[in-house]
Design a binder for this molecule. Structure first.
Ligand code: UD1
Length: 338
């Protein structure tokens, strides 16, 4: 298939591009570089040995998006193009709704006009909200506690409604748990433009000396060591999950499929920190501070549906995640060049 990877210059998108090409697909990247750098193209070309087609385009722009579909013969879309910082979404809700829903609308309009029926959407475990359980399975009700989360809940609903109206549509809603890690080459990885909000990039920046210490948000949760517990998944596993989902949609008889992409294992903040210390072979300073508002104590995926229906399993360990993140961070202490 010739796959439009919307937001393909970003962290998860770029890793998925590699897996798509390795699986024999053609890829067209579209990205506005609001949270990524064009330099990723050269890195992708080195890894894959292929020329990468990459368009600088604002996917909220309906006409520009439509032109892209006219110029490139697209068979399927993987939609990563969205803002993703929870705190920022609370401060700038209009930006989040406008951008995350705007990209969705122009992609769906262009797909309709050009007869493209397959779309894989980047959703998030955030849609489970506080479900009152630690193991999240796809049948749970969805909700949100911040504008970022609502854009994911709404994005899923828009896709369900569109698929309902167009029976030939095939939609995958992929709910990611906590993506971490990097390509084993050390050439591509997560490159936060500001102070990292998420745990793994923060730990990596402490290890490289860009931050003094890790603040651990809460040491008194009812968990194995008092710190928060999450389902960290290697971005390489997440990327192969997208390829599996895309291929499964081709043989699906239902219009909308929802799959958790996680390992099914709960790992604590302290366990992740200690795994990183092993990878970097150094002690990393930390301090236990107050809980972060809105955080849940512990949750992880029930990945059995994806395991069965996609014949996909996460294979990488927490040590793999830390070793690969550290290699990327060491080789690129300041992220991608401008
Ligand atoms: C967060 C978002 C989630 C989003 C996901 C994207 C919140 C509340 N949730 O998930 O909606 O889909 O990112 O990747 O922001 N931690 C520290 N110190 C830090 C950073 C994090 O102790 O400097 C802890 C957190 O309290 C949490 C764990 O590490 O227990 C993971 O945090 P994070 O990486 O931000 O991910 P989530 O909060 O799970």
């Amino acid at each position: 298939m010739r796959v439009l990877v919307a937001g393909g210059a970003g962290y998860i998108g770029s890793h998925t591009v590699v897996k798509l090409i390795e699986a024999g697909h053609d890829v067209v990247i579209a990205d506005d570089f609001s949270n990524s750098k064009p330099a990723v193209r050269e890195r992708l070309e080195t890894i894959t040995g292929r020329k990468i087609t990459m368009h600088a385009v604002d996917l909220c722009d309906r006409d520009a998006t439509d032109h892209l579909f006219t110029d490139e013969k697209i068979d399927a879309v993987i939609h990563f193009a969205g803002f993703k910082a929870v705190g920022e979404s609370v401060a700038k809700p209009i930006d989040y709704y406008e951008n995350n829903l705007g990209t969705m609308f122009s992609l769906l309009r262009a797909m309709e006009r050009h007869g493209v029926n397959i779309i894989v959407f980047s959703s998030s475990a955030t849609v489970y909200g506080d479900a009152g359980t630690s193991v999240m399975h796809e049948e749970l009700a969805t909700t949100a506690v911040n504008p970022y989360g609502w854009t994911k809940v709404m994005g899923e609903q828009i896709l369900r409604d569109v698929a309902n109206a167009r029976p030939q549509m095939r939609v995958a809603l992929l709910r990611y748990f906590n993506p971490v890690g990097a390509h084993p080459s050390g050439l591509i990885g997560e490159d936060p433009s500001d102070v990292p909000n998420n745990l793994m990039p923060f730990i990596a920046q402490v290890a490289i000396g860009r931050r003094e210490k890790l603040n651990i948000f809460g040491g008194d949760y009812d968990t194995k060591d008092g710190t928060g517990v999450r389902d960290f998944i290697h971005v390489e596993d997440l990327a192969t999950g997208h390829v599996a989902a895309l291929e499964a949609l081709g043989r699906a008889d239902e219009p909308v499929k929802t799959w958790n992409l996680g390992t099914g294992n709960g790992v604590s903040v302290l366990e992740l920190l200690h795994a990183f210390e092993r990878a970097a072979d150094k002690k990393l300073p930390y301090e236990i501070v107050a809980r972060r508002p809105g955080d849940l104590a512990a949750y992880w995926a029930d990945p059995s549906l994806a395991n069965e229906e996609l014949r996909w399993h996460a294979t990488k360990t927490v040590d793999d995640m830390c070793v690969d993140t550290w290699r990327w961070q060491k080789n690129n202490p300041d992220g991608y060049p401008d």
